[in-house]
Ligand binder design. Structure first.
Ligand SMILES: Cc1cc2nc3c(=O)[nH]c(=O)nc-3n(C[C@H](O)[C@H](O)[C@H](O)COP(=O)(O)O)c2cc1C
Length: 371
């Protein structure tokens, strides 16, 4: 091959790389702006419309709640004086959540948003659990006052912030506010800010994380809920979008190909250690009892904690590995001297940069027939 041919091939490859780079930049820019428009629409302020329009608005705010893997495992039935919430079991995650603890906790998060938001549309919301049907009926009456001042305003801004935080500590007064917000009927919060105590808990997080990532069934289930591209995320409007977790956005097939090559216990554990080191502390949520009703209560308590943190400008994110792997959970409970009580969640908190907001399915997709 002569020099001229070599230069021609080189120029061709260089041109393709530049064109590819420009193509990617344009693809990513278009995706990001479509994403931002959808995020804004789904998180717009509540409007007080006529009749059942107010109930639909409350359902929209309910869907903005935290929920495991962003599966949005819920159905809502609207009636004149109530909203009934039932689990959508087709969206359960059998591997990471075999007993449906996270599924019912996610319902609790959604219910708490309705309780907090109802006064904004002139209603008071009172949830009651119907164990026979594994459903929650939320009675709605004219009035208000059921919400805690200011928490509803935080609903569209709350996010699980998976960034590296800035290491600043949170004042004892604000930690006390977070502890109080995270308490519920039969639900306690334990805050941990001592570095030695945090490191001992990190060992449980790393143990649980290693066991999960080394389990091919866990990795397969997780991969099913990851949305690698804007297109995937915008068409399903559920799941874990790469950008929300600080990962690169890639065309779906490329993401699926690369993910197993880069997703390892070693790299994820290093990321967890960095994230916890940058946080001000950990909050562990603990329940007296271990059944559907208490998992819902724990979800409600977490959601109050999260809304309170948001209103105080404090970031937070779950690190639930020690409560998800049953064998680790038992040792973790012993370590915290919990006796028969169940540790529900582990959450880090602190100050740090916000991440892109996650999407939700539209209200029509989660409405069920009243029954
Ligand atoms: C019960 C429950 C368990 C969760 N576990 C984890 C977890 O272990 N790690 C994590 O990063 N996020 C966890 N999440 C957060 C969800 O992934 C998150 O709420 C969802 O993706 C929607 O994002 P958003 O909360 O920022 O709106 C959990 C959420 C709930 C309600």
């Amino acid at each position: 091959m002569n020099r001229r041919q070599l230069l021609t091939i080189g120029a061709g490859l260089g041109g393709a790389a530049v064109a590819g780079g420009l193509g990617y930049a344009m693809w990513a820019r278009q995706g990001a702006s479509a994403w931002a428009a959808e995020v804004e629409a789904i998180r717009r302020p509540l409007t007080v419309g006529p009749g059942l329009e107010r109930h639909r608005e409350l359902v929209r705010y309910a869907t903005l709640a935290a929920n495991s893997h962003n599966t949005q495992p819920w159905r809502f039935a609207i009636a004149a004086n109530s909203i009934t919430v039932t689990p959508d079991r087709e969206r359960r995650c059998a591997i990471v959540d075999p007993d449906d603890h996270h599924l019912f906790a996610s319902l609790g998060c959604a219910i708490e948003n309705i309780v907090q938001a109802a006064p904004l549309v002139g209603l008071a919301a009172t949830p009651r659990f119907d164990p026979a049907g594994s459903r929650i009926v939320i009675d709605l009456e004219p009035g208000g006052g059921a919400g805690t001042q200011g928490l509803a305003e935080a609903i569209p801004r709350r996010q699980c912030t998976r960034s590296v935080y800035d290491g600043r500590s949170v004042s004892p007064a604000d930690i006390a506010r977070l502890e109080t917000a995270g308490r519920g009927t039969g639900v306690e919060t334990i805050s941990i800010t001592d570095r030695g105590a945090i490191d001992r808990i990190v060992a449980f997080i790393v143990d649980g994380n290693t066991q999960q990532i080394d389990d091919p069934a866990f990795a397969a289930e997780l991969t099913r809920w990851i949305r690698f591209s804007y297109g995937e995320a915008l068409s399903t409007r559920d799941g874990l979008f790469a950008a929300v977790s600080g990962n690169p956005v890639l065309p779906g097939p490329i993401g699926k190909m690369i993910f197993p090559l880069v997703f390892s216990a070693k790299s994820e554990n290093a990321r967890i250690v960095e994230q916890v080191d940058s946080s001000a502390g950990l909050m562990v949520f603990v329940s007296e009892t271990n059944d559907e009703a208490s998992w819902i209560e724990a979800g409600r308590a977490y959601q109050r904690f999260a809304l309170t943190a948001t209103s105080l400008g404090i970031a937070h994110a779950f690190l639930n590995q020690p409560v998800e792997v049953a064998a680790v959970r038992r040792r973790f409970a012993d370590h915290l001297d919990l006796g028969d009580r169940r540790p529900d969640f582990v959450v880090r908190f602190g100050y740090g940069p916000r991440m892109p907001m996650s999407l939700r399915r539209p209200v029509e997709a989660v409405l069920a027939e009243a029954g």
